[in-house]
Design a binder for this molecule. Structure first.
Ligand SMILES: *[C@@H]1O[C@H](CO)[C@@H](O)[C@H](O)[C@H]1NC(C)=O
Ligand SMILES: *[C@@H]1O[C@H](CO)[C@@H](O)[C@H](O)[C@H]1NC(C)=O
Length: 763
């Protein structure tokens, strides 16, 4: 009953523009797809948990799944088809050592597969936490089998010790880049390139300060760079800020990057990054005082590397609110800050307090943190080993940029109250208008995935949530999302299983209006087949397909069918409920009696999916129709969803009704109580009378002949008990017919008054 008002409040919260920023509209998902209605496949194995590491091998037609103690190879087209699996358990000795160090043997001292990358020679690189003793190995898939090569590589600095700690990694050519903690306590964060010349970050809080690593990505910027620039590896994380005066520890989101060709310095920064620079990443939500923290990132490069966009989900820190957000960052903006921006520098104020302010002096050349490019080569510097000490010392002490990196359009793409966002992937699809749309799939803490689109190619338009799909039970957070754009599948992992889901299920939209209003770039209404179907790729030019993503304009649709007339009868004095399922969460209902619009009153109550007529009387007999009305860009789409002929019940009709409202039920219970009392009193009376007969105080009236057999003590069968009961039945069954059918249509009418009939009248 309260769903509608709550939805309205949410809708207002989401769509009301605030003074400082226009809010993304419509943060209520248009449709909600419940758990059992999702068109998905679930994979889980008995006694296997933590399905939270995944690698797609589209080349092999596989999805490789890392869990606790095992790796699986599943068919990418159907995850229920298990191709192979291999166990990788901890040894007893390792488990003992881990337990001895104070860790829980069942939880911590297991082998959680955390790193899975395809290598360039067709194999895979795998690491596991291995009872707080991380190890890595190569694995290949040959003849339908997964084979671990047992190469026993130390995983320190590559894979976390602690299975609960977040980390990030990327495989670039022959090398693993990793961001994790390299000690048992988890207190030594590192960004590491594992190769013969291992390069890592310095152990300084100005480099990494209690970081939470999120995402790492290789961008081959060097490929066609006119400046002879290098490839880069970007890292997204959050950490405790050094640059703010705040009485608490304040966390901020960051993006950092290193150059692929970095070899470290000769004297200064030996075997350390000379190109590690970082900047604050901002996602401004409301007038929130505390910065939001990045939780996951996905990169999309629509037309080459210069157009790359990072989509990131953010949640508040210290539970300061219950909003989550998506912000998108253009790589150009990030590059601009790193290559042109000013640096921050620490200054000591008073005696020991350090404040970070903008560095306004002259920068050494080559520019600190820059990759080796043509300009450096012209100066005779061909590798980071040849960089001058001045440049290296500068970057060693000042890896933080002064300027922060803001999102595209300076505001979030999406802000939503409710379950926290956990992960994001973004699919690209060419729609009927031949434009490419980026469809966000956002995982939440409560096991659902939101499907949302911004309809402007540059992400400056309106964001719309097409649907929310409940993939797991609400207690199961989405811990990983992977996308196969070419196969059209989404893979979502949680601690209990993996779900494979198609990127669209157009068949769920049953009418042209519903299909067009969905504004799903994958779906269009096929006028010939009269169904909502996936757009073929490439989109046909001259087909009978209707899609209108920008406005959800349904005017091309054939006129919607009207609803079938349903006959309903009612008993005067009862409540009548007429159902009407709205088309979507954004639709409203309008009810009509004949031609006249119904308005809310003491008598007529509108619910989300029904109309309630209280205390119906003969005057309420009429034709009622319900219209679902959905607005999209100022246009209204109206569709008749239900039509009822409501009539007074005739005497012979013989159907009546169980009370369902709590109020009615309690009055009903009172009546039952009264009845039992009457029965008990009657039984007592009967026993008394019987005793008197027995004693010969009274003579037997011949009228009661059939009921005279002696009672066996059961009150229900006491002959005298019939009289008051018959009386009750006579009195109450008159308006409503007999009670045999009392469950037949309990939703139709609900007795509210004390004269309602009782189902117990036949005993
Ligand atoms: C693994 O899954 C179990 C069962 O859901 C859960 O209790 C545990 O916290 C998970 N472990 C990690 C490291 O996430
Ligand atoms: C897989 O491993 C086996 C045994 O180590 C090796 O003979 C084979 O060449 C490998 N296959 C690939 C594709 O690397």
């Amino acid at each position: 009953m309260y769903v509608l008002p709550v939805l309205c409040v949410l809708y207002l919260l989401c769509s009301a523009p605030t003074s400082s920023q226009d809010w993304p509209l419509d943060c209520t998902p248009r449709k909600t797809v419940p758990y059992h209605s999702v068109d998905g496949k679930l994979f889980r194995e008995n006694d296997v948990w933590n399905y939270t590491t995944m690698a797609l091998r589209e080349d092999l037609g596989l999805i490789i799944l890392g869990t606790r103690g095992a790796i699986f190879a599943l068919d990418i087209n159907n995850i229920n088809n298990k191709k192979a699996s291999v166990k990788w358990d901890v040894t007893e000795k390792q488990q003992e050592e881990c337990t001895y160090k104070g860790k829980d043997s069942e939880i911590d001292c297991q082998n959680y597969i955390r790193i899975l990358h395809g290598t360039d020679d067709g194999r895979m690189y795998v690491c596991g936490t291995n009872a707080f003793h991380p190890m890595c190995d190569y694995m290949n898939y040959t003849d339908g089998q997964l084979l671990l090569q047992n190469s026993q590589e130390d995983g320190k600095g590559k894979c976390p010790f602690d299975p609960f700690q977040r980390y990030a990694s990327a495989w670039v050519e022959k090398e693993l880049y990793s961001a994790t903690s390299m000690n048992f306590l988890g207190s030594e964060p590192v960004v590491l390139r594992s190769s013969e010349d291992q390069i890592r970050t310095d152990f300084k809080s100005s480099w990494l300060n209690e970081p939470n690593f999120i995402y790492m990505d290789h961008i081959p910027e060097g490929e066609n760079s006119p400046d002879g620039d290098d490839d880069k590896v970007y890292l997204f994380f959050s950490e405790t800020a050094v640059e703010y005066d705040f009485y608490h520890k304040l966390a901020v989101s960051r993006v950092a990057r290193v150059c692929k060709g970095d070899m470290g310095g000769q004297r200064t920064l030996q075997r350390k990054w000379t190109s590690f620079v970082k900047a604050r990443l901002e996602c401004p939500v409301l007038e929130s005082q505390l910065p939001y923290l990045v939780q996951d990132v996905f990169r999309v490069c629509p037309a080459g590397l210069t157009t790359c966009v990072f989509y990131a989900v953010f949640t508040p820190q210290m539970d300061s609110s219950d909003y989550s957000a998506v912000c998108a960052y253009s790589m150009r903006d990030i590059q601009h800050v790193f290559t042109e921006g000013k640096f921050k520098t620490p200054v000591t104020v008073e005696t020991s307090f350090v404040k970070w302010v903008m560095f306004s002096g002259d920068l050494p050349t080559p520019r600190p943190g820059a990759c080796i490019d043509n300009a450096a080569r012209e100066q005779g510097i061909t590798s980071s080993l040849e960089l001058p000490d001045k440049t290296l010392q500068f970057i060693r002490d000042r890896p933080l940029m002064d300027q922060e990196i803001g999102p595209i359009n300076n505001r979030p793409l999406l802000v939503k109250k409710g379950a926290a966002f956990t992960r994001i992937v973004v699919a690209s699809v060419v729609a009927l208008d031949r434009a490419t749309y980026h469809v966000m799939f956002i995982g939440t803490e409560t096991g659902s995935v939101l499907k949302a689109v911004n309809y402007a190619e540059d992400n400056t338009g309106e964001t719309f949530i097409i649907e929310e799909l409940q993939l797991f039970q609400s207690s199961e957070a989405i811990k990983i999302l992977r996308l196969s754009n070419s196969k059209g599948h989404l893979f979502a992992g949680s601690e209990v299983g993996v779900v494979q889901m198609p990127l669209s299920s157009c068949g769920r939209y049953k009418s042209c209006g519903d299909c067009v209003l969905a504004r799903d770039p994958y779906c269009a209404w096929d006028l010939t087949a009269a169904q909502c179907a996936t757009i073929p790729s490439p989109a046909p030019a001259d087909s009978k397909l209707i899609q209108n993503l920008q406005n959800g304009d349904t005017s091309g649709c054939p006129p919607p069918e009207t609803a079938k007339l349903v006959n309903r009868t009612f008993v005067p004095g009862n409540n009548v409920k007429l159902e009407c399922e709205p088309i979507s969460n954004l639709a409203r209902q309008e009810w009509f009696v004949g031609e006249a619009a119904l308005v809310l009153s003491d008598k007529h109550h509108f619910h989300n999916d029904s109309l309630m007529i209280l205390n119906a009387s003969a005057a309420d007999a009429a034709v009622y129709s319900c219209w679902s009305v959905e607005r999209s860009h100022g246009r209204k789409y109206r569709r008749q969803k239900a039509k009822y002929q409501l009539a007074l019940r005739t005497n012979g009709d013989g159907r009546w009704v169980l009370p369902t409202s709590p109020q009615a039920r309690s009055s009903h219970q009172r009546l039952v109580g009264l009845q039992i009392l009457v029965v008990l009193l009657s039984v007592t009376l009967a026993l008394l009378v019987g005793w008197n007969f027995y004693k010969g105080h009274l003579t037997l009236p011949c009228k009661l002949g059939r009921g005279q057999t002696h009672t066996d003590g059961s009150p229900g069968e006491a002959p005298g008990a019939q009289q008051p009961l018959q009386h009750t039945e006579e009195k109450t069954s008159a308006p409503a017919g007999n009670s045999n059918n009392n469950h037949a249509n309990q939703e139709n009418a609900i007795p509210m008054d004390g004269h309602a009939p009782e189902e117990e009248s036949v005993i």
